[in-house]
Design a protein around this ligand. Structure first.
Ligand code: SF4
Ligand code: SF4
Length: 132
């Protein structure tokens, strides 16, 4: 199953925006500048970061996002900290599990999420076919 970047973004938007705390009752993004949402502002980098990793350890995917997405995000400080991340105001970070889940649907990856952010050991089944 191959999906284009645009298709993947639509899939992720459908999964994330509807549960995002920034979403208004009218169904739109409540951010003052919706285009500033790091998840979608940096979506090509997010998708490529995830696609660049083939590992049994989902933490490798988290690391890839930190390295390839956060490093180029204007919200990250030179010391690697991020106030938006600390305040749970970054949709990419706050909904990372759902983002990964959406990527799974698109690529066929299946992770054991129990170790996400905690310890190694997730299983990955089926080679992704997403090439961005
Ligand atoms: S902040 Fe991002 S994830 Fe949340 S509703 Fe807005 S565009 Fe969607
Ligand atoms: S966690 Fe911070 S640095 Fe990383 S994408 Fe989100 S806002 Fe940007």
């Amino acid at each position: 199953m191959k999906r284009s970047l645009a298709e993947l973004e639509v899939l992720v938007r459908n999964r994330i925006c509807k549960v995002c705390t920034e979403r208004t009752v009218a169904g739109s993004c409540g951010l003052e500048e919706p285009a500033s949402c790091a998840l979608f502002d940096l979506f090509p980098q997010v998708a490529r970061a995830i696609d660049s990793v083939w590992s049994d350890d989902i933490n490798d995917y988290v690391a890839a996002i930190r390295k390839n997405v956060c490093s180029g995000c204007g919200a990250q400080s030179p010391d690697g900290s991020c106030e938006a991340r600390q305040r749970v105001r970054c949709a990419l970070d706050a909904y990372l599990l759902l983002v990964v889940d959406a990527i799974e649907v698109a690529t066929g990856k299946v992770f054991d999420r129990q170790s996400l952010g905690l310890k190694a050991g997730p299983m990955l089944r089926a080679r992704p076919e997403l090439r961005l």
